[in-house]
Write a protein that binds this ligand. Structure first.
Ligand SMILES: Cc1cc2nc3c(=O)[nH]c(=O)nc-3n(C[C@H](O)[C@H](O)[C@H](O)COP(=O)(O)OP(=O)(O)OC[C@H]3O[C@@H](n4cnc5c(N)ncnc54)[C@H](O)[C@@H]3O)c2cc1C
Length: 330
């Protein structure tokens, strides 16, 4: 969210500094699936933001001269069992490379409606293309004068700014305190496998283990020759910083039997009502927030960044309606 907001602010001629405690894309925005869907949020207030973001992703991939793995994909639902066959036949033509006893039960999306990015490369590309200055340090609080934000306290020193955007993902509450609804972190594991040349086919899998457990792994082959697999959730509490995120090898082993090239864990920023917070921080003029995007932060980053930049520079977000995401809601 910070990178996307920085990008669209810079497009409007604003000089931007991104303050980052560990490293660009060190948390969920570097470790997520990077799967994008045009219409999968249509039954929620996120629908218009998701549609606008899907379109902006296509434009960004053309206008940013950095390859971050954007491509359209076909997306399938697959039923598979660790032991024994799945009943029934394929309901749609399966990807030709799929072997084993799995059954394709639905086409969930086509190259018109689903796409992917490499999340870490995308986040870094936004900052480079903006361009935005990256200041490494830990944000402690918003510095205020007469009820207005005049900067942030970073490692004990004040970094002055005309406007402040809080986009600390699941850690946003550490700085916002009671100014905003509580943001929590929801942990998820992922692994990547080395497997070059897998076609652009995303799979959402309904998988039963031999001992009867249901898993729902998501499998995204990437153009860089890796295959990303995620799907294990974990109720572990949010650590104080991204460096404290523990990767459990046993949880990762559940995701794949093939040789794993990378094991990862990260926390989705979530709100109690499932909707992000995008807009003005109540009670502090010149302070804004963009967080709480849950499972759809990569998809909705461009729309969020675009709308927030419009709100900050023009005084109102008129292109994308942000009312459902108003941080003042209780
Ligand atoms: C396993 C998994 C798979 C996912 N798959 C998808 C997907 O396929 N498609 C999709 O759209 N979304 C997906 N998501 C969701 C998406 O990754 C998140 O919604 C999104 O990355 C959140 O971005 P953010 O910028 O709000 O937070 P983050 O990416 O967490 O960024 C917050 C940043 O703030 C920094 N920070 C924290 N505290 C401080 C501080 N005090 N001072 C300075 N910096 C600080 C952190 O270091 C971090 O870099 C997935 C999430 C997970 C966990």
């Amino acid at each position: 969210m910070g990178a996307a907001t920085a990008y669209f602010l810079a497009r409007r001629g604003v000089e931007v500094t991104v303050v980052e405690r560990s490293g660009v894309a060190c948390a969920a925005s570097g470790k997520s699936g990077g799967f994008l869907a045009l219409d999968w949020c249509d039954d929620s207030p996120l629908g218009p933001l998701a549609r606008a973001s899907f379109a902006l992703h296509a434009e960004l991939a053309k206008s940013i001269a950095i390859d971050y793995g954007y491509r359209r994909v076909d997306t399938f639902m697959l039923a598979a069992r660790e032991r024994g066959p799945v009943r029934g036949e394929h309901r749609v033509a399966p990807p030709h490379w799929l072997d084993g006893a799995g059954v394709v039960t639905a086409a969930l999306g086509s190259t018109e409606t689903t796409a992917q990015i490499h999340p870490a490369s995308f986040t870094a590309a936004l900052i480079e293309a903006a361009p935005a200055r990256v200041h490494l340090g830990v944000v402690q609080e918003i510095v205020q004068r007469d009820g207005a934000a005049v900067g942030v306290r970073v490692d004990g020193a004040t970094l002055a700014a005309d406007a402040v955007v809080l986009a600390l993902g699941p850690w946003t509450s550490h700085v916002a305190g009671r100014l905003l609804l509580r943001i929590r972190g929801l942990k998820g594991y992922s692994v990547t496998l080395g497997a070059a040349g897998v076609p652009p086919h995303a799979l959402f899998v309904d998988y039963r283990t031999a001992d009867g457990r249901t898993l729902e792994p998501e499998i995204f082959p990437r153009p860089d020759g890796s295959v990303y697999v995620c799907g294990m959730a974990d109720p572990q509490p949010l650590p104080d910083s991204p460096e404290g995120v523990v990767v459990d090898d046993a949880a990762c082993a559940v995701l794949a039997a093939a040789p794993i090239t990378r094991r990862q864990a990260c926390y989705r920023p979530v709100t109690d009502d499932g909707l992000p917070l995008i807009g003005r921080v109540p009670g502090v003029a010149g302070a804004y927030v963009a967080t709480g995007h849950g499972p759809w932060g990569m998809l909705n980053a461009p729309g969020t960044g675009f709308a927030l930049a419009e709100l900050i520079v023009a005084g109102a977000a008129t292109t994308i309606d942000l009312r459902a995401f108003d941080p003042r809601r209780s």
